[in-house]
Design a protein around this ligand. Structure first.
Ligand code: ATP
Ligand code: MG
Length: 415
């Protein structure tokens, strides 16, 4: 007996009434694309009552796991074997599969669901019957209905019985592409990639904006950000990063403004530029890795002063996270080892000795007014922004200064 399909459950989507069709369509497409990336061809994905299934056609189910583990919207999935609706055949299949397990002491339970009431044995009775067979064959297994290591699940359907032994956890969330678009302020740190990933898990298509201070910061610092983008691309296929040259603006801040407000001013200007870029990319929200109270720029007072410059929603999914929780996700999505590489970013280069922890909006206005031609500096930064499309396999697609095209496109729309 071998596994013949993978059953995919998508819990949360069940709630979405009218939109469910679109959501399912997106989920199916995303599964097919991820599997294609993993094994080379697009599988059939069959829609069943409230679930999906992938026929294995002789393939090993484990071939599909890495792909399924990158698809948002899957709650759990199971490799399933199908048998005829014959009690003896079902029992034989269960025993054969359990025979493959290492002989360690384990607790187990049998769960039977009988959608097909014409199956001759009632669920509870069949559960007991199968459990007794298991006990007779495997002395290392002991039954426990509530606290079990192993669940033997038997679904009695109309044509066949489905048997499975594990429910592998999926990522949960919503299918990527069902939640609109956002621009992530992507630094090289631990937090922002995690923040972006959490938004992606809610179905939001995310692109990155990175402000760099070349030549104060190295090309390695930039490579680091692009490597982070590759890790994100594992979940989305590709991940675009807009590289904004920030040096002239930082120099202007350094030359004109009080040093203890530098970080606040930088953040305000970053948000302004990010909003314009978001607009050009038809994104309706910004995302940051901010977290209350971590550093001076992230006190509530500071966020208040910084956030003033935009009316776009700014999502901060890590706002309430403990660092350890963030690190855990960073490790799970494989960004952590990259984030901790020691290349300086633009903020560490220009960091003041004593940043204000409670900057006032009024002070920000006063200091910004000292930078002559700030608007022009911002426009130049936007025009010189380069976009790099990053792929999970490490290929970085052509670096393009596509922004000029987008600006043209926008002018045409406006005009
Ligand atoms: P991270 O680990 O994401 O760098 P952090 O805890 O180090 O976050 P800060 O460095 O204060 O915090 O940055 C706060 C947020 O501002 C970042 O999470 C990111 O969203 C944004 N940000 C900071 N520097 C940059 C940059 N150079 N380019 C783009 N966004 C940035
Ligand atoms: Mg940082």
């Amino acid at each position: 007996m071998t596994y013949d399909h993978i059953l995919i459950r998508y819990g949360e989507l069940g709630l979405k009434g009218k939109n469910q069709k679109q959501f399912l369509k997106t989920l199916v497409n995303n599964i097919r694309r991820q599997v294609e990336r993993e094994i080379g061809d697009r599988p059939e994905v069959v829609r069943e009552q409230g679930r999906l299934s992938i026929p294995l056609n002789g393939r090993n189910p484990a071939d599909f796991y890495p792909a399924l583990d990158r698809v948002f919207g899957i709650s759990t999935y199971s490799p399933v074997m199908s048998t005829d609706l014959d009690p003896a055949t079902i029992e034989a299949a269960v025993l054969a599969e359990l025979g493959q397990l290492p002989a360690t002491d384990q607790t187990f339970r049998v769960t039977v669901r009988r959608a097909n009431k014409r199956f001759p044995i009632r669920s509870m009775d069949f559960q007991l019957q199968v459990a007794e067979k298991i006990l007779a064959h495997f002395p290392q297994l002991s039954p426990n209905l509530t606290d079990y290591d192993l669940e033997v699940s038997i679904d009695i359907r109309f044509e066949q019985a489905h048997i499975f032994f594990e429910r592998r956890p999926g990522l949960g969330g919503l299918p990527l592409g069902t939640g609109g678009r956002a621009q992530l302020l992507l630094s090289g740190g631990i937090d922002s990639p995690v923040a972006g990933w959490l938004m992606m898990r809610r179905g939001v298509v995310v692109e990155g904006i990175h402000f760099h201070s070349y030549p104060y910061t190295s090309k390695q610092a930039e490579e680091k950000v692009l490597h982070l983008a590759e890790k994100m691309a594992a979940y989305s296929g590709h991940f675009d990063v807009h590289l904004v040259p920030f040096t002239p603006i930082q120099e202007a801040i350094g030359a004109n403004c009080h040093s203890n407000l530098r970080i606040t001013l930088m953040r305000r200007i970053m948000l302004r530029i990010a909003e314009e870029l978001a607009d050009l990319r038809h994104a309706k929200a910004l995302v940051t890795g901010d977290n209350i109270g971590q550093v001076a720029s992230q006190t509530i007072e500071s966020l208040y002063a910084i956030n003033e410059v935009t009316t776009m929603p700014v999502f901060r999914p890590l706002l309430t996270y403990d660092k350890l929780d963030t690190v855990k996700i960073a490790k799970a999505i494989d960004t952590y080892d990259i984030s901790v590489l020691p290349y300086e970013d633009c903020c560490t280069v220009f960091v003041p000795k004593e940043p204000k922890t409670k900057p006032k909006r009024r002070e920000c206005h006063r200091e910004e007014a000292r930078i002559e031609g700030l608007d022009d500096l911002m426009q130049v930064a936007i025009q010189n922004t380069e976009t790099v499309r990053c792929f999970a396999n490490g290929s970085q697609a052509a670096r393009r200064s596509k922004l000029m095209d987008l600006l043209k496109e926008k002018d045409e729309q406006d005009g």
